[in-house]
Every structure is written in structure tokens, then in C-alpha cells.
Design a protein around this ligand. Sequence first.
Ligand SMILES: [Zn+2]
Length: 109
Amino acid sequence: MMLMLLELMRPSFFDKGLVDVCNSLADKGIRVIVAGLDMDYKGRPFGPIPALFSIAEYITKVHAICMRCGNLAHYSYRKTDIDKLVVLGEKDNYEPLCRACFLKAMKYK
Ligand SMILES: [Zn+2]
């Protein structure tokens, strides 16, 4: 039995082929751990992460704190008007928000 730990950074930027790769490695006894964003800046399923959720044995969702009300934040709100799917950046471009604050922010954007 092969024991190997594979960690992927930024898996949201991979295509759906990542699902097959992870499944193939897991079938060979390799422990695969993937961490990434499950939604894009508009709150839509992002890249291969939702499909990875469906084949994973274990899932842990972690959340930031909403910067506007202090509840758990499920969304990465993009503060800029850039419309590209992927824009790298941290505090300058994104703000963690809860659902209510995200919907309010998107309505007035
Ligand atoms: Zn909030």
C-alpha cells in the first residue's frame, strides 16, 4: 500500500480533469487532500471543487468572518468592478461576507 499525501493549492483554477486525477490517485491508495474556493465572486460553483465534493470521503468547510456584521462568511465578495472570473488579490479585491451582506452588496453594485 502506497502512502503519499498530495496537497493542491488553488485547485479552483484547474479544469474538471482534476476530478479524474484525484479519483485515480485515491483508487491507488494515495491520500488526496484538496483545499480551495467552492464559489466564484458571484456566488456560483467554481471550477472542479463542487465535483470534488461529490467524490470526497470527507469534507470540511471553513469560513471567514463577515466583515460587515460578524456572522460566518460564505462568500468572497469582489470589491472591484473587474469582470474577469479570476482576479488574484486579497484585501484590496475581496471581502468575506455572509449571505445577507453579500446579497445586499451585489444589489447595490
Ligand atoms: Zn454579514
